[in-house]
Design a protein around this ligand. Structure first.
Ligand code: PEP
Length: 244
């Protein structure tokens, strides 16, 4: 299975010029070695779709409403209409803003109904991880049970990003050997809970050009969700060269 690299631009890229530079760099990536997805802010999605040759386009979030009187929301239907293929759902930065597991589950349903591939983010807080890997597993299991409740029938390959919250944007990444324990746990959870199609499980949390191969050299880790480093042209180039 090809590794998947998803760049979550968050709110780091704020001009068309900077977005354009990253689109050009992504188009120079060797497409046969890995799958590349860029997730820019909503207003740049249309241009991303026009520019996408060696990458696919993802949204950073979707509305938990299908349509209607919801000012400022961007629905799965709008994204699908623009040609967007992926959507990050349940990112810890959105959960920290009040997104509940029920909303995440609704977003998963709407994304799947619209034909988008959701990248579901799960991961534990530092206090949990300090109690050990078993505590982290319990936390993640609860998220998966709620976020994927009765979604076993989906005819899609799931993408899950294991993103320990304490590793996001901190410069402190997980230890790959611990990541593998959690990723195997997630894969086992899906298998024993009736998700028949093989899922890709990514790691996210302070991945950069120096540590990316420490993660991706393990076959259990199916890719990476990369925030800040994916928005720095030099770092982004070094990352795609390292994997290629
Ligand atoms: C993320 O936003 O999903 C992420 C992992 O961020 P960073 O790479 O900056 O830690």
């Amino acid at each position: 299975m090809k590794k998947l690299i998803a760049g979550n631009w968050k709110a780091y890229v704020n001009t068309e010029r900077d977005a354009d530079e990253l689109f050009s760099l992504a188009n120079s990536a060797s497409s046969s070695a890995f799958d590349l997805v860029l997730c820019p802010p909503f207003p740049y999605l249309e241009e991303a779709e026009k520019r996408a040759k060696q990458f696919a386009v993802g949204a950073q979030n979707i509305s938990s409403e299908k349509e209607g009187a919801h000012t400022g929301e961007v629905t799965a239907g709008v994204l699908k209409d623009l040609g967007v293929k992926y959507a990050i759902i349940g990112h810890s930065e959105r959960r920290a803003e009040g997104e509940t597991d029920e909303m995440v589950r609704e977003k998963m349903t709407l994304a799947l109904e619209a034909g988008l591939s959701p990248i579901l983010c799960v991961g534990e807080h530092l206090e949990t991880r300090k109690k050990g890997l078993n505590a982290a597993k319990d936390f993640i299991q609860e998220q998966l049970e709620k976020d994927l409740y009765k979604l076993q029938t989906i005819n899609y390959k799931l993408i899950i990003a294991y993103e320990p919250i304490w590793a996001i944007g901190t410069g402190v990444s997980d230890k790959p050997e611990d990541t593998i324990v959690i990723i195997n746990f997630i894969k086992e959870f899906l298998k024993t809970n009736g998700y028949k199609r093989e899922a890709r499980v990514l790691y996210g949390g302070s991945v950069n050009s120096k540590n990316i191969l420490d993660f991706l050299s393990h076959e259990e880790i199916d890719g990476a969700l990369i925030g800040r480093a994916s928005t720095n042209p030099k770092e982004f180039t070094a990352i795609i060269n390292a994997i290629a």
